[in-house]
Design a protein around this ligand. Structure first.
Ligand code: NDP
Length: 340
């Protein structure tokens, strides 16, 4: 028998929470052998919704679900937790300035970081989904001085998965045959989807550079750069708005699926290829140390490692610099607000 894993989900009564909790409970994150103890954290206004979700979780009779607890108390929610999924955040209201948004989120992620510091398990791993995710992760980490800062990560896996889906559609191949795509920088409109190191794996196992495969699909090598600039990158970066337009509300199930992928890979490891995650920079690729920025990453023994040594074209470099500058501005703003 396996030791149960305790998972805390904040904003558990919301849309992403509703799409996420059933998959965690059914074993999608830790496998069919590992019992899960769920803690659902909400603000008082969200408690009823979270309680309703808890009733439905019971009714699924998942053999992997050990227990469900709903609370509005962060200390209670994070006591002994192994994995924290920080989903609840303050959405940007009409006329709200970036500083207002950051300070509203500081009031959420600061105390949650402190509760993690005090009560979470020694191996705690944190994924921030609530936006602005990278900077919210920075705030939470700053309030958890006893937890290694690299345990606080932010989600760019949905951007990564969106990029894979766009490429697979264009190349008319399965998503599983595309490897080594990367999202760099901030989870915002400035993010940098980069296919330059990507490979297409054929049915016979042969590997082809993605730019070559794209040239063939698009009808010439000269068509690749304009397609990347005018179609691919904006489509990936603005996919959230497209979903809202078509669906009438923001993406929830795909965000939940990406959160599952991120934590599953972090815990179980990645074999062979890399993926994208926003993790604390160690200074790699000129990203200032300490910023939470998206990189190409592998996971081994429960830790992320940045894929080193990738070359970078001038236009990719310039885009990354712009996105990193945005992260520095957000960091400077939360510094001046006293949040980190
Ligand atoms: P969702 O569950 O749809 O979204 C939650 C957060 O995820 C938002 O900040 C959203 O940011 C972010 N997000 C990140 N990536 C994506 C993505 N790809 N698609 C959609 N959202 C994404 O919001 P709801 O309003 O349905 O639910 C939020 C819940 O959180 C509420 O029940 C509320 O009560 C609760 N809450 C809990 C807190 C706590 O536990 N302390 C604190 C604050 C709120 P964006 O809006 O920018 O897309």
């Amino acid at each position: 028998t396996h030791t149960p894993v305790t998972v805390t989900v904040t904003g558990a009564g919301g849309q992403i929470g509703y799409a996420l909790l059933f998959r965690i409970a059914s074993g999608a994150m830790f496998g069919q052998e590992v019992p899960v103890r769920l803690r659902l954290l909400e603000i008082p206004a969200g408690l009823k919704s979270a309680e309703g979700t808890a009733l439905e979780l019971q009714d699924c009779a998942f053999t992997t679900l050990d227990s469900v607890e709903v609370t509005d108390n962060a200390a209670r929610a994070f006591a002994g937790t192994n994995v924290g999924l920080l989903v609840g955040a303050r959405p940007r209201g009409p006329g709200m300035e970036r500083g207002d948004l950051l300070s509203a989120n500081g009031a959420i992620f600061g105390p949650q970081g402190a509760a993690i510091n005090t009560g979470a398990a020694d191996d705690v791993k944190v994924l921030v989904v609530g936006n602005p995710a990278n900077t919210n992760a920075l705030i939470a980490a700053a309030h958890a001085p006893d937890v290694p800062a690299e345990r606080f990560t932010a989600m760019t896996r949905l951007d990564h998965n969106r990029a894979l889906a766009q490429l697979a559609g264009t190349l008319e191949v399965g998503v599983g045959s595309i490897r080594n795509v990367v999202i760099w920088g901030n989870h915002s409109a400035s993010q940098v989807p980069d296919v330059s190191h990507g490979v297409l794996v054929g049915e016979d196992g042969t590997q082809r550079p993605l730019p070559d495969a794209l040239a063939e699909a698009l009808g010439g090598a000269g068509k690749v750069a304009p397609w990347l600039d005018e179609t691919f990158i904006p489509r990936v970066a603005k996919r959230g708005a497209e979903i809202i337009d078509v669906r009438g509300s923001s993406s929830a199930a795909s965000a939940a699926a990406a959160a599952i992928d991120h934590v599953r890979d972090w815990v179980q490891g990645t074999a062979g290829s890399w993926t994208s995650a926003a993790i604390r920079s160690d200074g790699s690729y000129g990203v200032p140390k300490g910023l939470v920025s998206s990189f190409p990453v592998h996971a081994r023994d429960g830790a992320w490692e940045i894929q080193q040594g990738l070359s970078m074209a001038a236009d990719v470099r310039a885009r990354i610099d712009r996105s990193v500058k945005e992260l520095e501005e957000e960091r400077d703003m939360v510094r001046s607000l006293g949040l980190v």
